[in-house]
Design a protein around this ligand. Structure first.
Ligand code: NDP
Length: 456
């Protein structure tokens, strides 16, 4: 089953902390077949019992928050405060969707000659492909509503960040979920992930990761009319109007992009400042960037840890070559970890690579704009459309610009765009479909319509 093992590396030190099995394609097939066999029973578990099991799963996760957080610090370099929040998010998402089985209502639709009713039915085996940037939350956003809808779930964590997923799989069994209902498969995307996408018994792929891999998955899924949800890249705009509370806007801008070392699809990596406020905003931003504490992620005071790998750090660093004007940089430790300092750059224009491409690291670009129309035009001048922020004291402007920006998750005078109770997803190349919120089960269910003749 496991053809080999792969190293799990601590990004803060560059040292190998453990190894995990790398499954091969026949191993993945066997797990998919087991998940399919478990589906027959799981779909028949009563809605109340399914809800109860998900609540128990949430409680077991709650009891393991410290352990899960410590694993994530070591495996992913997340700050301890973030890692605790992420484990708590898994608990909360499970709690939220534990109420769903008993509320998965169909409808009764008025028709002539009888009664027409609809049923929400599970799809079968659902695969959740998880990236390395948020191993725990993204796993739970697919897993919890899929299980609540009565599907069995196979999770493929990123090759470099498998540890919390493996532990969450064990916690599910401790909570009493039957064997085969939740399965975590470690291994390469090109082997295990590819098998999951191609296997006919997998009826839905819930993928988060790069636009390139997501596009390939969608093309393959089309061959079997397999359902897909895609959460892909972003290049989100943080639009600051001159009438905004500039102190608050500048104080919050660094962590809107440097949180998780910028490895966040929602990172506000383009700051657009209305021209009359541009100089003042840059003045206010400098001390806020200098205050970002980049240090050992297990330190309670850490704001930012290392990048995920040496290769990724090189990729990020390549965006800030000699042709790019650096306004200022924060601090970062030296040593063997994969560190990169928070960096503010001033591109020559909207055509520059650092302004256009997803850097996925702690690099933010700042440009000036003139007026509402140009703000929206510049914000929309990208293939992506995931998130964004709008800073203004004018409520009418806030709403006009919110409607004009082509992105799935916007915040006004705030950068908070992800909550388990509200829908999350992207426009354009940022994705397809929505996760979270009250309607998430729709993405993991089929609607069946039944007409009963009452006249015959
Ligand atoms: P990928 O898209 O390659 O990986 C995401 C997930 O997909 C991983 O679990 C990966 O497995 C898996 N995968 C890879 N290839 C396949 C395949 N053919 N079939 C099925 N699953 C597959 O992202 P990267 O890790 O390479 O990151 C590259 C860039 O993508 C980042 O620098 C960033 O710009 C962007 N990205 C965006 C994310 C987001 O949240 N929107 C998240 C992560 C990355 P494995 O790890 O084993 O290869």
């Amino acid at each position: 089953m496991a053809s080999s093992v792969s190293d799990v590396v601590d990004p803060a030190t560059g040292r190998t902390v453990t190894t995990v099995p790398q499954l091969d394609a026949p191993g993945a097939d066997a797990a998919i077949e087991a998940a399919h066999a478990a589906f027959a029973e799981w779909r028949r578990v009563s809605p109340a019992d399914r809800g109860r099991l998900l609540r128990r799963f949430a409680e077991v996760v709650d009891g393991a928050i410290g352990e899960l957080a410590a694993l994530e610090v070591r495996n992913s370099g997340h700050t301890i405060a973030n890692a605790r929040w992420e484990a708590g998010n898994v608990r909360d998402v499970l709690h939220y969707y534990s109420a769903a089985p008993e509320r998965a209502f169909g409808r009764q639709i008025p028709v002539a000659g009888g009664v027409d009713i609809t049923f929400q039915e599970p799809l079968g085996v659902v695969c959740v492909v998880v990236p390395w940037n948020f191993p725990m939350p993204i796993l739970s956003w697919g897993m919890a509503p899929a299980l609540a809808a009565g599907n069995t779930v196979v999770v493929k964590p990123a090759e470099v960040t498998p540890l919390t997923a493996v532990r969450i799989g064990e916690l599910a069994l401790e909570a009493g979920l039957p064997d085969g209902v939740l399965t975590v498969l470690t291994g390469k995307g090109s082997v295990v992930g590819d098998r999951l996408v191609r296997h006919p018994l997998v009826r839905k792929i819930c993928f988060t990761g790069s636009t390139e891999v997501g596009t390939g998955i969608m093309a393959l899924a089309a061959e079997q009319v397999k359902r897909v949800t895609l959460e892909l890249g972003g290049k989100s705009a943080n639009i600051v109007f001159a009438d905004a509370d500039l102190e608050r806007a500048a104080a919050s801008a660094p962590m809107a992009v440097f949180d998780n070392a910028g490895q966040d699809c929602c990172a506000r990596s383009r700051i657009l400042v209305e021209r009359p406020a541009y100089d003042r905003f840059l003045e206010l931003l400098e001390p806020a960037v200098a205050a970002v504490r980049v240090t050992d992620p297990s330190d309670e005071d850490a704001d930012m840890g290392p990048l995920i790998s040496a290769a990724h750090r090189d990729r990020v660093a390549a965006y800030v070559d000699d042709s790019v004007e650096v306004a200022y940089r924060g601090e970062a430790p030296g040593g063997d970890g994969f560190w990169y300092p928070p960096t503010v750059v001033l591109p020559g224009g909207a055509g520059d690579r650092v302004w256009r491409e997803e850097v996925f690291g702690p690099v933010v670009s700042v440009l000036a704009f003139d007026g509402e129309e140009e703000a929206a035009t510049m914000a929309n001048d990208t293939q992506y459309g995931l998130s964004g922020s709008i800073w203004t004291r004018d409520v009418g402007r806030a709403l006009r610009v919110s409607r004009a920006v082509e992105a799935g998750n916007l915040s006004v005078n705030s950068h908070a765009s992800v909550r388990y109770s509200t829908p999350f997803g992207g426009y354009k190349s940022s994705g397809l479909g929505r996760e979270l919120g009250p309607d998430a089960l729709d993405a993991f269910s089929e609607t069946k319509n039944v007409f009963i003749d009452t006249e015959g």
